[in-house]
Design a protein around this ligand. Structure first.
Ligand SMILES: [Zn+2]
Length: 258
């Protein structure tokens, strides 16, 4: 696989008559990291009374009985490593199948807030965090996915991943609404992502950041794996979003290459 280079000429794919080659990008695949968690019945999810449930793999046919092996999946759209489409919170916004392909193969940057998240489960990724990231790594590139790394995936098999307290309030870090507004106003992003269950903090029951991001037609990815194993800047992600009509998101294979 080493030394193979894929050249994605996005402008040729999308604008065959376009003479402006500013969209040309070369993607190295010398390094490949899977940003996807394996989905199992044990995978944590946001507990919403009478609505959400764990993943189930239900045998549909077996080699012994039917001469063929196949399963049914019991799954909802926001389970495991998954994408949220803008119609998740905003009426008449794009469903997952309508997200433009060129918005799903994009540069990725990783903003690390593990230090503060390790001592505060309600920590936020702030505008200051974005500014200090950019001081070190340069401005967030056009069409980027901005990922928050909080170190939360180390808790995946632990109840602190959801972090329910005595009052059944969730506690995990997320983007501040101001940080999302800053990215929408001052940078040209494709989406954002997190290594926790939701890019709004666990304590935000109103999903304010979701509404702001989706009103702008951008996507989010949640429960993203291995963000500590890719460069803070310079990699590309390929988001294998499911092409299901009208869906508000769904389990996705997310791959980082550089
Ligand atoms: Zn979701």
């Amino acid at each position: 696989m080493k030394n193979i280079r894929l050249i994605f000429v996005l402008s040729t794919l999308l604008f065959t008559s376009c003479t402006n080659h500013s969209n040309d990008r070369t993607i190295r695949i010398d390094n490949i990291i899977d940003l996807t968690h394996t989905l199992t019945p044990e995978f944590p999810f946001i507990p919403v009374k009478k609505l959400t449930y764990p993943f189930e793999l239900i045998p549909m046919a077996t080699l012994k009985e039917n001469g063929v092996e196949a399963n049914s999946w019991k799954i909802h759209e926001h389970l495991g490593t998954h994408i949220d489409a803008p119609n998740h919170f905003i009426a008449n916004q794009k469903s997952v199948d309508q997200i433009d392909l060129k918005e799903l193969i994009v540069p990725v940057v990783v903003i690390d807030i593990e230090a503060k998240a390790s001592v505060d489960a309600d920590a936020e990724l702030t505008v200051d965090d974005i500014r200090s990231f950019e001081k070190q790594h340069g401005e967030i590139p056009d069409h980027a996915c901005v990922m928050m790394y909080s170190g939360w995936e180390k808790r995946l098999t632990d109840s602190s991943f959801v972090g329910l307290d005595d009052k059944l309030v969730k506690h995990y870090p997320g983007f501040s609404t101001d940080a999302i507004k800053f990215l929408l106003t001052n940078r040209n992003i494709s989406g954002i992502g997190v290594d926790v269950l939701s890019f709004d903090r666990g304590i935000d029951e109103n999903y304010v950041g979701h509404k702001v991001l989706f009103a702008a037609g951008k996507w989010g990815v949640e429960c993203v794996a291995n963000l500590s194993k890719i460069p803070k800047s310079g990699a590309t992600i390929i988001v294998g979003a499911p092409k299901v009509g009208k869906a508000t998101g769904g389990f996705s294979r997310i791959i980082a290459v550089w």
